[in-house]
Design a protein around this ligand. Structure first.
Ligand SMILES: *Cc1c(COP(=O)(O)O)cnc(C)c1O
Length: 464
């Protein structure tokens, strides 16, 4: 056995002089942990620190391991386990639907509904009229009918699940016609061709990357065709010499061929985005009106609710899904059903721009944002207020932005500064551009200003 510190007798002396577990446990640094934790967990934490010390001594370290230091490290390791992995995070990036930061924050009413559903019993699968087993697939249907004009509607775990489900239930073993410009990757490795293959459907690509006509779809139809699938290209945009048929034109082709028309619109935007100076985003109600048999969209993009996938459309197309074995695999949980219900009600009441957080953020005017950024600046006493652009994000409205004002802070080590902001108990996520930290008030929720200001005061008060 080699021993880098040289003398084996010296090493064994050092190992023997490490304090006992009981000696470390008696340190004041662990009295709080012993009051909070079951004793065996604290003992394990101390043993783990002693193991580390032994390994370091074996590697020849000269460090001394005082009982107080070992106790402090064990206490810190225990505290670390109480820090939840998933934590509230302040989004100062200005990207409204930020997929890495959990997409849409839900409204107060939706959060309350989710918390109540989670904390108590509910009629999730219980028919209160009949006093017998009911179906969880029915809770959102009336709201979806009222908002979109669809005959029927169900919710599943997310929109990727909705697309997979529609393909597996209606198109397995048959062909699905997709425009070449729509055989896209949505993000996180979600590729339309792969989803179709895994669901057992055969992709038939038609047209070219930039131009596809109704006649291309009609020419591709065979006796094996199950459906035409239209997919919102989401996170990219083809500009210039482009052409795609309208949904009404595709309805005509589908009718002539006697096949289904399925529309994956992605973001589930129920409002007219042009009122905010943005490009028009396809809306579920427009796809239903244009005659799609099934329309698929996310719950947590421009709908502004919890994670979910909504499937609306003709009764003949939706009802078989309720009793399909995959319904059990892909079903939505009760908290999300409750949160979606509360979110959809905001739209029914015509109050979504005021109550749904993502719409409040998108609607915020530059002057309001300038004022807020100026308040941050004066509280911290540093940086500049500058005109900039906030992104919508989440594959919704690609390349579309809203004018904003950001707080820009020049810093000698901006990436270090951004890391320090991320490492806080309530992390603050800022953008780094060149030698500056950029914080956009658009996506910082009301009530988060004090935490954000405290974070920046500490960052700039501390030596760089
Ligand atoms: C985002 C998106 C999906 C995936 O939706 P999730 O809710 O993230 O599963 C599918 N299709 C389109 C067109 C999308 O934009």
């Amino acid at each position: 056995m080699s021993n880098p510190s040289g003398n084996p007798a010296d090493l064994s002396h050092k190992l023997r002089s490490l304090p006992s577990v009981d000696r470390v446990l008696s340190e004041p640094a662990l009295s709080a942990a012993l009051a909070q934790w079951p004793r065996p967990r604290v003992v394990d934490a101390v043993r783990a620190e002693l193991d580390i010390a032994r390994a370091l001594l074996g590697n020849g370290t000269d460090a001394a391991f005082a009982p107080a230091d070992l106790a402090e490290s064990a206490g810190a390791a225990l505290n670390q386990q109480l820090q939840p992995s998933l934590r509230r995070t302040i989004n100062a990036t200005g990207v409204v639907i930020h997929t890495n930061l959990g997409r849409a924050p839900v409204s107060d009413a939706a959060a309350r509904a989710m918390s109540e559903a989670a904390a108590g019993y509910s009629n999730l699968e219980y028919d209160l009229d009949a006093g017998e087993r009911g179906s969880r697939a029915n809770h959102l249907e009336a709201l979806l009918q009222a908002l979109t004009g669809a005959e029927a509607g169900i919710a599943v775990n997310n929109n990727a699940a909705a697309l997979y489900f529609a393909m597996a239930a209606h198109c397995a073993g048959r062909e699905v016609i997709v425009s070449r410009g729509q055989a896209v990757e949505i993000g996180g490795g979600f590729r339309i061709p792969d989803v179709l293959r895994d669901a057992g459907a055969t992709l038939v690509e038609v047209g070219t990357t930039n131009r596809t006509r109704a006649a291309d779809y009609a020419a591709a139809e065979t006796e094996h065709t199950a459906a035409i699938l239209r997919v919102h290209s989401s996170n990219f945009r083809i500009v210039g010499f482009t052409e795609e048929p309208t949904l009404a034109e595709l309805r005509q082709v589908a009718d002539d061929a006697g096949i289904m028309l399925i529309d994956d619109i992605g973001s589930g935007c129920l409002l007219d985005t042009r009122q905010f100076g943005l490009a028009e985003e396809p809306r579920p109600q427009d796809s239903i009106e244009a005659g799609a048999d099934l329309v698929l969209f996310s719950g947590d993009k421009l709908l502004g609710g919890p994670q979910a996938g909504l499937i609306i459309g003709n009764r003949d197309a939706v009802d078989p899904l309720r009793s399909h074995p995959l319904m059990r695999v892909l079903r939505l949980d009760k908290a999300a059903i409750a949160g979606l219900g509360a979110t959809l009600q905001h739209y029914l009441l015509g109050e979504a721009v005021k109550t749904v957080p993502i719409w409040r953020m998108i609607a915020a005017e530059p002057e309001q944002l300038q004022e807020r950024a100026a308040q941050w600046r004066s509280a911290v006493g540093a940086g500049d207020i500058e005109a900039a652009e906030s992104a919508i994000g989440g594959g919704s409205l690609p390349a579309e932005t809203r004018p904003t004002f950001v707080w820009a802070l020049t810093h000698s080590h901006p990436t270090n500064a951004a890391r320090l902001l991320r490492e806080r108990g309530i992390p603050v996520i800022a953008r780094v551009e060149h030698d500056r930290l950029i914080l956009d008030p658009r996506t910082v929720l009301p009530g988060e200003d004090a935490d954000l200001i405290a974070a920046l005061q500490e960052l700039l008060g501390a030596p760089a």
